[in-house]
Ligand binder design. Structure first.
Ligand SMILES: Nc1ncnc2c1ncn2[C@@H]1O[C@H](COP(=O)(O)OP(=O)(O)OP(=O)(O)O)[C@@H](O)[C@H]1O
Ligand SMILES: [Mg+2]
Length: 297
């Protein structure tokens, strides 16, 4: 059984949305039985699954410290893939969940706040020796900051070559327990999720040396780039082959355009002098600030 953990300290980065979407996509791709596990007391994934008419994927709400037992049970029951959604925190319990992962997916909005927050989650994965895959989620089409985010993230690990863009159908589909692909199979959002799953599937197959798990189909954008999903792990980090128009123009100027996507500004930033955009600026050097207090888990 392969275990995928969606984790990120930052609230609202897309953990629950991508957990549900990847699990449904995996099931649809025919990998075998898929189980979704909600370890978040907020229960967002549970609400989504309860609103869902389709029975698959299977679902379990599991207490953080019962996870090991639950995963053993799922494995004995013949489940091929477990997708685990986690709460937005950096705690011992998140560390415990990550300890069970074959691959940690760290969804990140392309905003300075989100980028600064990834360091603590990456640290936990590193401690457990678990591979991390960054997925840029809710990106504004053709926004320069998307490419800058990919470049910044690639200094710290592998960035999925598929960017998930900000589209209202993601939010809308989650309301009635469906996925964007189940609402409109040919939508751009559905294509991104499909291609993201194929990439993740290739990574898991490679990481676990499980050739039988590898994807058979090659999305057009992978084919155009001359890459197959099996090559996914060998791609230069930060490469986004889903939409080359979003790749960064190297190197970025000292002060990029201010971020215009969804972002709640913290009190700290509200206190910033007027006129100073919350972009990277010189702070780009250390978007992953790791404070000593981050090591309390
Ligand atoms: N690509 C996207 N396009 C548009 N809306 C999105 C996208 N991804 C997520 N959202 C929306 O953003 C909000 C937060 O997403 P989600 O609940 O998946 O994040 P989360 O990381 O699980 O949050 P939390 O940390 O609170 O658990 C939701 O309303 C969701 O519908
Ligand atoms: Mg969530």
């Amino acid at each position: 059984m392969h275990v995928l953990v969606l984790a990120s300290q930052k609230g609202g980065s897309g953990k629950t949305t991508l957990s549900g979407h990847l699990a449904v996509e995996a099931q649809k791709a025919g990998v075998g039985s898929v189980a979704l596990i909600d370890t978040d007391p907020q229960g967002s994934l549970s609400h989504w699954w309860n609103a869902r008419a389709a029975r698959a994927p299977l679902f379990a709400k599991v207490g953080l410290f019962e996870l090991g037992e639950a995963l053993e049970h799922l494995q004995r029951s013949g489940i091929r893939l477990a997708v685990i959604d986690t709460p937005p925190a950096i705690t011992e319990s998140i560390s415990h969940v990550i300890g069970h992962a074959d691959l940690v997916i760290l969804p990140t909005r392309p905003s300075p706040h989100d980028l600064r927050a990834v360091g603590a989650t990456v640290d936990i994965a590193d401690r457990h020796g678990k591979p991390v895959l960054f997925v840029i989620n809710a990106a504004t089409p053709r926004a320069r900051i998307t490419g800058e985010a990919a470049v910044a993230l690639s200094q710290h690990g592998t960035v999925a070559p598929v960017t998930v863009h900000h589209r209202v159908d993601f939010a809308a589909s989650m309301i009635d327990g469906r996925t964007v692909g189940e609402v409109a199979a040919k939508s751009a959002s559905a294509r991104e999720v499909r291609e993201l799953w194929i990439y993740v599937q290739g990574r898991l197959a490679r990481l676990k040396h499980d050739a039988a798990f590898a994807p058979e189909i090659v999305p057009q954008s992978f084919a155009v780039s001359g890459l197959s999903p099996a090559d996914a792990t060998d791609m230069p980090e930060g490469t986004d082959i889903s939409d080359s128009s979003e790749m960064p123009d190297p190197p970025p100027p000292p002060m990029p355009e201010p971020y215009v996507g969804i972002e709640r500004r913290s009190g700290h930033d509200r206190r910033h002098p007027p006129g100073e955009p919350p972009g990277f600026g010189n702070r780009r050097i250390q978007p992953f600030g790791r404070r000593s207090t981050d090591h309390s888990y």
